[in-house]
Design a binder for this molecule. Structure first.
Ligand code: C2E
Ligand code: MG
Ligand code: MG
Length: 716
């Protein structure tokens, strides 16, 4: 070997770059030399590969297949690929094979150079992965999943399958993030993603759509899967115990499902509907599945219709106010009115606020509407005053969103100034719910508003989440008992109790009370007897336009049926299983002008109590269904303001004493009766029932006990 060739040999052997020299033999291209660079990269000794086919030295790499033929043709080859699929960390190489001609001029050698390009390849791979995948959960990105869902939808249409989308919103994930940190939160998202793409689910149809919210699609080829069960299975899988960083966890989620063709017709609709269903599941306490149904679809459609026409409605002059009278129960007189907004949409017709106020809040249009309502109401109040009508208070509803910031103060001042309306004519109604968001701020706003001179009332009271601690800090003048309670009295014992409790609470706090939604004389009677000051409702007057309201203000006393409860002389319910007794009593008492109701069973008696305003109940003691004292005990619970008496030929002294002392029975009368004595007792009872409500309510809620003593029963 010459000096030069031994130098070349040494350079070859010690080069850092992995080198292999191959020689073409009839059977194969064999390795004739390998160097230290090769040894380092492959972890094999040169001596072990020299003389072997090149595939042995490199390990059968699919991306090098066909290399020999190209070398044979004398082509230079450049290829990049992975060295060994199972090699970790991953090793990527760029291989350059340079054909070398032998002394006969034919290609009989090749020099292989291998370059480690792992770093660059990994970076490229990550970039490609991230372009299509979510970096946190490793799931496909939403846009890709939507494309795939669109393809599935076409397939579902062609093959009459169903396509469903589950929207998964993890419960309390935020709290986990805050207590355990964002890194742990990210790890948890990975685990959730694994569960969502578990057996049975197509991983390609799962994506993380936002924060802790996922969308998982699926195909129902049978066409009769129960969607609730589908969701429940997913929820069950999420709920299986989990350990993260040695901390045992239990996940819960609110899952909404929508299905094509059941309710949705496009991928966008599927996702939107499923997300709304998930919100419903969350609002119902979470950890449950809700399937979007046709009723919800109607509501959604309505919301979209309303939303698309609502913008600009104020400017186009489509809003109007109507005014519902508020009545002083004691004076039987209109003392004010509530302004209620109506939207006359050329496209949708006449809409009441329940149909568009929530959407206006959602779209940020509530400020514009609220300002218009305030300005309009104040101007109308000014016009009424200018027409010479005297005292009234005009109530205006204010949305919770209007209570953010200080804007409402400015709006109210501006509306009053523009209309030259003294503030005492205006009352603002804030709902209980609206005051709960940031109570500290609301308290200070309320104080500012009171300083301006406007009155405040708490609307829809009883259905929100008021804290009594806060209640005492709210400077409100009136509470409005929600119509759901008022409409259920006096028959529903629970509602009656709530009304009485609200009245007691309001009076303790120095507020007066308005009962909303009074629809019957019976309800009005109940409210009056329990000391409610004001009432509003269709029984007393439906919402009117400004002109009609002016006419009512000019003649504020209640008329006709509104006043029916006052006009009558009293009504009596007679309960006896003997028809001739009922007939005789009815004949006698009708003479005094009372309205008489008769019942021969307790059941009939309760039916009558539920529908008619009864002042006095007179019951036989020994009835086939039981004792009269027990019956009157129940009546005391359900209709405490009735005056209750027993009229019987027999008595059970113990039961009667107990009933009287318990306040269930006002008097015990005996058969046969003396007509004039009985008429006097009834007259007294009616006037006790009709006594001034405040005085009547004070001290003795039944108004019963004191009067019994003179009429102790005689022995049968
Ligand atoms: P609200 O403040 O509790 O108003 C009373 C609602 O009860 C009114 O419904 C009224 O028409 C209805 N009502 C009154 N008496 C009866 C009755 O005897 N029976 C029945 N079934 N309903 C009765 P409306 O006008 O549909 O208003 C609904 C709600 O919309 C209001 O409830 C109020 O919260 C809101 N609202 C009304 N006007 C405005 C407004 O200008 N701005 C804001 N932010 N909300 C408004
Ligand atoms: Mg109101
Ligand atoms: Mg209300």
């Amino acid at each position: 070997m010459t000096e030069t060739s031994s130098l070349i040999e040494s350079c070859f052997s010690h080069a850092d770059v992995p080198l292999l020299l191959l020689e073409a033999t009839p059977a194969a291209w064999r390795v004739v030399r390998a160097n230290q660079g090769y040894e380092r990269l492959f972890g094999r000794r040169c001596a072990d590969v020299v003389g072997k086919p090149w595939q042995d030295a490199l390990g059968g790499l699919p991306w090098l297949e066909g290399m020999e033929a190209e070398l044979q043709r004398g082509d230079r080859i450049e290829r990049t690929g992975r060295l060994g699929e199972d090699r970790q960390p991953m090793l990527w190489c760029r291989l350059v094979a340079q054909p070398v001609a032998g002394s006969d001029g034919r290609t009989s050698f090749a020099l292989l150079t291998l370059h480690d390009v792992s770093e660059r390849m990994l970076a490229e791979q990550t970039r490609d992965f991230l372009a299509s995948h979510d970096a946190v959960s490793g799931l496909l990105r939403p846009a890709l999943v939507k494309d795939k869902l669109a393809t599935e939808l076409v397939r579902a249409i062609n093959q009459c399958h169903r396509l469903f989308v589950c929207y998964v919103d993890i419960d309390r994930f935020r709290a986990f993030n805050e207590t355990d940190g964002f890194e742990a939160g990210d790890q948890l998202l990975v685990r959730i993603a694994e569960r969502l793409t578990g057996p049975g689910e197509a991983p390609s149809l799962a994506t993380r759509i936002a924060g802790d919210e996922f969308v998982v699609g699926g195909l129902d080829a049978s066409g009769d899967l129960d969607m609730l069960e589908v969701g429940q299975r997913l929820l069950d899988r999420l709920r299986e115990p989990l350990v993260l960083n040695s901390i045992p966890l239990r996940l819960a989620a609110s899952i909404g499902i929508a299905c094509f063709p059941d309710t949705a017709a496009s991928v966008e609709e599927l996702i939107l509907q499923a997300s709304l269903a998930a919100r419903t599941a969350k609002e119902r306490g979470g950890n449950r599945v809700h399937v979007f149904d046709a009723r919800q679809r109607e509501r959604l459609k309505d919301r979209i219709d309303v939303g698309s026409h609502l913008r600009g409605a104020v400017a186009r002059g489509e809003m109007r106010l109507v005014y519902q009278p508020v009545v002083s129960i004691a004076k039987r007189e209109i003392t004010g009115m509530e302004a209620l907004v109506r939207w006359h949409s050329p496209a949708l017709g006449l809409l009441t606020p329940d149909r568009f106020i929530p959407q206006a809040e959602h779209m940020g249009l509530i400020w514009e509407i609220g300002q218009w309502v305030l300005a309009q109401a104040c101007q109308q109040a000014r016009r009424w005053l200018d027409c010479g009508v005297g005292d009234f208070v005009l109530s205006v509803n204010v949305s919770g969103l209007q209570l953010r910031g200080q804007q409402v103060i400015e709006d109210v001042s501006r509306a009053l100034d523009a209309a030259r309306l003294p503030a005492r004519y205006l009352e603002l109604e804030l709902t209980e719910k609206a005051t709960m968001g940031d109570p500290e701020h609301v308290v200070s706003l309320m104080r500012e508003l009171r300083k301006i001179g406007v009155a405040l009332s708490m609307d829809d009271f009883g259905i929100g989440h008021s804290s009594l601690g806060l209640m005492q800090r709210f400077p409100v003048n009136r509470l409005k008992i929600d119509r759901s309670f008022v409409s259920a009295v006096p028959d529903d014992i629970g509602a009656a109790r709530i009304c009485r409790a609200v009245l007691g609470l309001a009076h303790e706090f120095g507020c007066t009370v308005v009962a909303e939604g009074v629809e019957t004389a019976l309800q009005l009677g109940f409210l009056e007897r329990n000391g409610c000051e004001f009432a509003q409702g269709n029984h007393l007057g439906e919402p009117l336009d400004a002109e009609a309201m002016l006419a009512r203000l000019r003649n504020p006393s209640l008329q006709g049926s509104e006043n029916a409860h006052l006009g009558d002389t009293g009504s009596i319910l007679l309960v006896d299983d003997e028809q001739n007794v009922l007939r005789a009593l009815a004949r006698l008492l009708r003479r005094d002008g009372y309205t008489i109701h008769i019942a021969s069973t307790f059941q009939q008696a309760f039916d009558i109590l539920g529908t008619a305003a009864i002042d006095v109940v007179v019951s036989d003691h020994r009835m086939p269904e039981g004792r009269g004292t027990e019956f009157l005990g129940k009546v005391k619970e359900t209709h405490p303001r009735t005056i209750r008496m027993i009229l019987s030929g027999y008595a059970d002294i113990g039961a009667v004493t107990e009933a009287i002392n318990g306040g269930a029975v006002y008097r015990f009368l005996t058969k046969p009766w003396v007509d004039d004595d009985l008429r006097k007792v009834i007259r007294d009872a009616i006037s006790a029932a009709r006594r001034e409500p405040q005085a009547h309510a004070a001290g003795d809620p039944g108004g019963q006990r004191a009067l019994w003593a003179g009429d102790m029963p005689q022995s049968p």
